[in-house]
Design a protein around this ligand. Sequence first.
Ligand code: HEC
Ligand code: HEC
Length: 259
Amino acid sequence: MQRSGIGRALLALLSCVALARDAAAADFSPPDESLYLMGRYVYERNCLVCHGRWGDGDGEMAKGMIPKPRKFSAGIFKYRTTPAGTLPTDDDLIRTVRGGRANTSMPYFTQLSDREVRAVIEFIKFFSPKWRRPENFAAPVKLPEPPAWLDKEAEAATRAAPGKATFALACASCHGEHGDGKGPALAELKDAWGDPAYPADLRLPAFRNGRAPADIFRVLTLGIHGTPMASFAEALTEEQRWELAAFIGTLRPPKTAKR
Ligand code: HEC
Ligand code: HEC
């Protein structure tokens, strides 16, 4: 009786492992060799000055840059729609290259053709062996639609109040009471690349990850891999994460504040 129980548990576990492996295999997108040469050409002309010859983030222009250009050789990516710790999708990479990242030196590239962008994102995968292991891949996390109350100004303002209270408890230590990014923990924060990490100034008009409530919700749910910005999917309910998005929506730089 007991043994069959264990046997069944073991079988269930094994099928879970198999399912997870199948899921990873379905999302597996190893570097495409056929685009290597074209990718290298695009990289050398557009990316090397910052990201460096070997993708170490130490190009000629990288000196003093905060944040530093991504070190592709480490295989850790901040801008993802996938679960923490997994690699970004091709679309995630394309979004960064096409759109750039606000408040960083990562420029946007509109002059490159779609094929050139495809080729260069394949090329940067050759810098890290992580891109050859199916277990590092996952599908984007499905996130809920923003609740209808976010579109109703009065209601969103009401919901921002509990958001503010949650912010004081869960976020202010890093982001500061007023969201200026200067919380008391600031001095101790480091990122996965060994550099000082700076909590975002949430009063800025543009965010690296986007300023729409859905963007803030995504950051709170997935975290920002490689940085102290952890996932709050377990610690906070969906409701609390939307309320935080509503509160952050009310933050603005002092000089543009309506008052
Ligand atoms: C002027 C310097 C500069 C140039 C040129 C540049 N980058 Fe970047 N890039 C950066 C910086 C700085 C970051 C880090 C942004 C951050 O940490 O938020 C970055 C981040 C990225 C990321 C995000 C990685 C992640 O963590 O999700 C990708 C992808 C990327 N760059 C690709 C490219 C490609 C491809 C090119 C060339 C077509 C390029 N970059 C050119 C400075 C540059
Ligand atoms: C342990 C410190 C820490 C805590 C606690 C923390 N954050 Fe962050 N947060 C960071 C850091 C560091 C970054 C910058 C990551 C990067 O881009 O390098 C960040 C980035 C963000 C961003 C992305 C900004 C952008 O430009 O896209 C948002 C939104 C955010 N945090 C909201 C919150 C909220 C809301 C909470 C509370 C639930 C919170 N954070 C708690 C450290 C923290």
